[in-house]
Design a protein around this ligand. Structure first.
Ligand SMILES: [Zn+2]
Ligand SMILES: [Zn+2]
Length: 138
């Protein structure tokens, strides 16, 4: 896994951002909220300490998918960009595939299989969890 700087942004280029260092978590989320927000069967996420995330250009739009959850996206092209939860003010999740080199950040597991759409089959052999990963089980 990379321990350097990676840049990315939205599809139209209005928003650019940068992450640095090693993500504390890298996973594929099957939850129904991510699915709807991205209109995609799954969404891959990287978690970083907030200090390791930097907005370089543009101003993302904000959507609260629930009271404590703040999601950002590009208001022009709609690309989902970040997820922040009020209970974890020190960290931010960044959509892996908003980065220019998503291949550098392979996921380690799948979360929220309890919400899975049902016809997705990865066959990647990664651990799966009904909800969030139980850190003790990994
Ligand atoms: Zn855009
Ligand atoms: Zn999710």
């Amino acid at each position: 896994m990379q321990n350097t700087i990676a840049e990315g942004g939205c599809a139209c280029g209005a928003i650019r951002h940068r992450v640095s260092g090693r993500p504390s978590n890298t996973m594929i989320c099957h939850c129904r909220t991510c699915r709807r927000v991205a209109a995609s069967p799954v969404v891959a996420w990287l978690t970083f300490p907030i200090a390791q995330f930097q907005l370089l250009a543009g101003q993302p739009s904000v959507f609260h998918s629930s009271q404590p959850v703040r999601r950002t996206f590009c208001g022009s092209c709609g690309t989902p960009l970040t997820y922040e939860h009020a209970d974890s003010p020190g960290s931010v999740d960044v959509t892996t595939c908003s980065l220019d080199s998503p291949g550098a950040f392979p996921p380690t597991h799948h979360s929220w299989l309890s919400h899975a759409v049902g016809w997705v089959r990865f066959g990647d052999g990664l651990p799966t969890f009904q909800q969030w990963r139980d850190d003790k089980a990994v």
